[in-house]
Design a protein around this ligand. Sequence first.
Ligand code: ZN
Length: 200
Amino acid sequence: MAVEYCLFHPQGGGQPADRGWVDGHEIVPARDHDAGLVVARSAGDLPLPDFTVGQSVEVRIDLAARRTYAALHTAGHPIEAAGRAQGWTHAANTHFPGQARIEFTAARPDPRLDTPEGREEATEALRTYVAKAIAEDAPVTWEYDAEGRRIVHLAGLHSAPCGGTHVRSLGDLADIVLPTLKVKKGRIRVSYSAVHRDFP
Ligand SMILES: [Zn+2]
């Protein structure tokens, strides 16, 4: 089965794939690089039935997993913005539960990074920035640029090309924790955790 705009998010950009079902068959969405499409593949040993073009199917998604992944992914954006505000350059990101982190490089020596107290001070600056962005409930919006890239905006804070899943606004994020950052192999590593605020 291949559709141009798949409802399921494949693994990519440091984010896990959605979990879902098509007519009760558990699927794994995956990016088919040859076709340039997101396709749903069977999650089990048995192949999916032969669906035909135009056929109606019932599609279900694991909403708890989607919200967990969206919260972890979205939280990376204000952390990236906070790091840029420190003068650092974004280098890499991972949004898997238990491993979420944003990595930066510093073009100029940042003496705070040389001592435990300095690293805690720098982390506290990140925490303050992120807490303010969440308190202001910055909306998450997106648009396609002239090259067809999806650009995600966090109000006036941050814009970046991104194909991930997001919460509607930063106020949907809860329990953001940033342990003291680490410096490894020349990279500033900011680990974090975050959850989706409960819906009323
Ligand atoms: Zn994103």
